[in-house]
Write a protein that binds this ligand. Sequence first.
Ligand code: XBP
Ligand code: MG
Length: 240
Amino acid sequence: MTSAALQGLIFDVDGTLADTETVHLAAFNQAFADLGMDWHWDEALYTRLLEVSGGKERMQHYWQQMRPDMRAIDAMAVEQTIARIHEIKTAHYEAAVNDGAVRLRPGVLALIEEAFAAGLRLAIATTTSPVNIAALLRRAMGSDWRSRFVAVQDASSAPLKKPHPMVYQQTLAQLGLPATACLAFEDSANGLQSALAAGLASIITPTHFTAHHDFAGALRVLPSLDGVGVDTLRAWRAAA
Ligand code: XBP
Ligand code: MG
């Protein structure tokens, strides 16, 4: 891989910008309870279910794989029920984030601000829903958060979820940069595989939900982005 000068940084959201999955899990369980469903995901089960990217896809997987008693219902009814649960779940998640339930991980905001000031093009590539990105970054960066990012690709714009490379391929196109001039930041195996498939060298900062994942192929695996600056990233990109 030829190493071009570093021009772009592409950030995953959940687990990377912020350790959000505990709040997502609570929102899923609140939605199940609101609808009187006998579903309840504990942290051990959710850690396994996180191997499926996308909240709707995760519920579909759970329903089909782990609740065969409910398999008899026709596909359209399943899809409509999942969409309804996901709407309620997203409302609970957004409310929790607006109440301050989630903070950016160490070093994230400092890196974004330094990279923006240095003229690097910043982007977001996530499988979460657009409202979740806005709630998190509006609270963490202010109402003009979107001005920091040249490109944002999410569940609404990239329907094929990670590990499919679609979200990263669309982000690179929107950035107008080759993969060799960028770095991706991820927390999970699905995210790493998606970024690698798009040709992106990747920096991994696992959370307790993903620490056991296989990160073979990552450029670096770090406890966090704390203390990671643009000069360090330029050196890592050049050496990749
Ligand atoms: C992580 C995901 C998302 C979240 C839940 O996204 O896979 O599905 O777990 O959010 P990322 P939704 O790519 O940012 O790590 O319910 O909106 O999908
Ligand atoms: Mg993630």
